[in-house]
Design a protein around this ligand. Structure first.
Ligand code: 7RM
Length: 637
């Protein structure tokens, strides 16, 4: 067997971390070019970095040519051809699981890529992928990357309306989907949702349908094709398209503080280098390990740490179709034992949900294979951190609390396995190459520790977003205009005496429900679609499982319907406009909203009421109608 080269970017100790961190700040270009050298480039870059946060414009590995799938697949064939690349665990534990070697995955990606071409997709075309967590989802993503098509994966929990919005914004030429899907005890008519969405989408010419549930579905003549029919007509090999380092790799929609989700754009070279580097170091993956991230590929975590990061390192990565509590709350741990999982990466909301079911479900399994535990998506409270550490990790596994965003492409602040400090509820230190800072209200940097401020990044890293699709100005305004010459994260954070970061949460109108981001304006828009609604205001409030819950204050039109009916109708409107994940947890009908004289809703007041602290409303003297506050406090749930 040909020897597998040790990866040059592995960090092996805290001392190593400190040396590399210093190097990354003193000579960022030298630091990143050393790492980038270990990938396969069809043509080397001329320049490591060009950047200007004013415009904003960031270019990494300028004029470098590559294809990320050659780095995920082709280059492993010689040394890892028979190694398992992907393990798939179905929703139903009684259904057969799947394992694909690197060679098998390579073959499937090539054939899928040829099906895309056969159906008119080429370099630069946008392809929307709306699918359950099955191996073909990963194959479809990589097939797009293989031919240079830009993938836009939409989480299959989004409604047909939300899907249509995303297809229209990206002007997608094709949709890849499945007949149906299973998720826990639920079944979802995926293809029907696509059909509904496409009533509004002119750009889509073809729909490729992958079989999952074998349900009868409607196939539109000339538009819809079955994958299993198409694949009969294509060859086994598909050459990897040559991509410029800065060509688009994918778009992923995420919510911001305005009503419309934005298409975060990532490009080929920088995203490849950063996801590979961060995966290896945060999880301290070793060659024969089995790694499992429980996220859905529909979110950035799935893109970077189910697909790209692991495969770039030749790792064995798992995909799980189901949910943590099906058929029982021991499912995660049963699956860990079944495959001997070494690194396990999940969300605090899942940990809290399982915590509520008690430790017995954990104790039924050995969990002896676990080495590193990870969390992502929201702050992890200390209670959940300790539960995870004691009952799952048996106090033997470092917990990597990974802070990052759709926009950052990869993990920014986190422990590196056991090699850097690990403290409950603290993400910890920045990875080498990442230069965070805290700013005060005036935008001045806070140099001291034990201080709190707005979290920003002072220097670009390879997987920083490049733009928001079709609207560069929006990217500039959202991330680069609040404070000069930095990237603004939208989060508040605190630094402890040792410089470890603790993320406090969003400082904008974004709420984080079970690790899913929503703009309050986005949910308000949905609620306002209901004919009975005059106006609404949405805020987040602390929720014991979801982290934050959705609290909606709603002004109704005169109606003969009962309040309970209206409550149900409005909830249904949210499901229709966004999806079941956007259902309000609490709805309070009010006669007015607290507004300033200029007509702005004072959310601070609504937040305090929702948090159950009506005695801490602060100054209400600038309100147009102070009486309305009294009514709201009285009517609060
Ligand atoms: C990866 C992801 C991003 C927002 C981010 C934070 C919050 C994420 C953590 C966290 C505290 C963490 N992308 N967030 N990770 N807060 N500790 N470890 O979640 O774009 O969907 O969300 O999530 O507020 O800005 S995301």
């Amino acid at each position: 067997m040909i020897e597998r080269k040790p990866l040059p970017y592995r960090i092996r100790s805290f001392e190593d971390y400190q040396t590399k961190y210093a190097h990354s700040v003193n000579d960022p270009e030298g630091f990143w070019s050393d790492i980038a050298e270990s990938f396969h480039w069809q043509q080397k870059w001329d320049k490591v970095l060009e950047w200007d946060f004013e415009k904003p414009e960031v270019k990494w590995f300028v004029n470098g040519k590559l294809n990320i799938t050659e780095n995920c697949l082709d280059r492993h064939l010689e040394t890892r051809g028979n190694k398992i690349a992907l393990i798939w665990e179905p929703n139903d534990p009684k259904e057969r699981f799947e394992r694909l070697t690197y060679r098998e995955l390579y073959n499937r990606v090539n054939r899928f890529a040829n099906v895309l071409k056969r159906n008119g997709v080429g370099k630069g075309d946008r392809v929307c992928i709306y699918m359950p967590m099955i191996p073909d989802l990963t194959v479809a993503v990589l097939a797009c990357a293989r031919i240079g098509a830009v993938h836009s994966v939409v989480f299959a929990g989004f409604s047909s309306h939300a899907l249509a919005d995303r297809i229209i914004d990206a002007k997608a030429k094709m949709v890849i989907t499945s007949d149906g899907m299973y998720r826990g005890a639920k079944e979802l008519p995926v293809k029907r949702i696509v059909d509904e969405a496409l009533e509004r989408c002119d750009s889509v010419e073809k729909v490729v349908v992958v079989e999952r549930t074998r349900w009868a579905v409607n196939m539109v003549d000339g538009r819809d094709v079955w994958y299993h029919d198409e694949v009969e007509h294509v060859g086994d090999d598909c050459p990897a398209e040559q991509m410029d380092s800065e060509d688009l790799l994918f778009i992923l929609y995420t919510s911001g503080s305005t009503g419309r989700p934005k298409g975060v754009v990532h490009t080929c070279g920088g995203y490849m280098v950063y996801t590979a580097y961060s995966f290896l170091n945060v999880f301290q993956y070793e060659e024969s390990d089995v790694y499992w991230c429980t996220a859905d590929v529909g979110w950035i975590t799935g893109h970077s740490y189910i697909i790209y990061g692991p495969l770039l390192n030749g790792a064995t990565t798992m995909m799980f179709e189901g949910v943590p509590t099906y058929p029982d709350p021991g499912r995660f741990w049963q699956v860990c034992d079944k495959y001997g999982v070494n690194q396990f990466y999940t969300a605090p909301t899942a940990i809290r949900a399982l915590m509520a079911h008690g430790e017995d479900h954990v104790y039924s399994y050995s969990l002896n294979s676990l080495k590193v535990l990870g969390t992502v998506g929201e702050p992890i409270n200390e209670e959940a951190w300790h539960w995870y550490n004691i009952h799952v990790g048996k106090e033997q596994c470092p917990i990597v609390d990974t802070w990052w965003q759709t926009e950052t492409g990869g993990i920014m602040i986190s422990a590196l396995g056991p090699h850097s400090p690990n403290k409950p509820s603290h993400a910890g230190l920045p990875l080498p190459g990442i230069q965070p800072a805290l700013l005060n209200e005036k935008g001045e940097e806070i140099e001291e520790n034990e201080q709190e401020g707005y979290l920003v990044m002072k220097f670009p890293w390879p997987s920083i977003l490049r733009t928001t699709y079709g609207d560069h100005e929006r990217c500039r305004v959202t991330y680069f205009s609040h404070y000069k010459n930095v990237y603004f994260t939208g989060d508040g954070a605190k630094r402890d005496k040792d410089g470890l970061y603790r993320i406090i949460g969003r400082v904008d109108d974004v709420i984080n429900v079970s690790g899913h981001r929503f703009g309050t304006a986005e949910i308000e828009n949905a609620i306002n679609q209901n004919d009975n609604v005059v106006e609404s205001a949405v805020v987040g409030y602390p929720h014991h499982i979801k982290g934050q819950g959705i609290y909606a204050y709603i002004i109704l039109k005169d109606s003969t319907d009962t309040i309970e009916n209206l409550r149900g109708e409005i909830t249904e409107t949210c499901v229709k406009e966004i999806g079941p994940i956007a259902k309000p947890d609490k709805i309070q009908f009010v006669s007015g909203l607290p507004k300033t004289r200029s007509g702005k809703i004072m959310r601070r007041i609504l937040r305090k009421v929702a948090e159950g602290e009506p005695d801490k409303l602060g100054d209400t003297s600038t309100l147009l109608d102070p009486d309305v506050v009294e009514e709201i406090v009285k009517g609060a749930q």
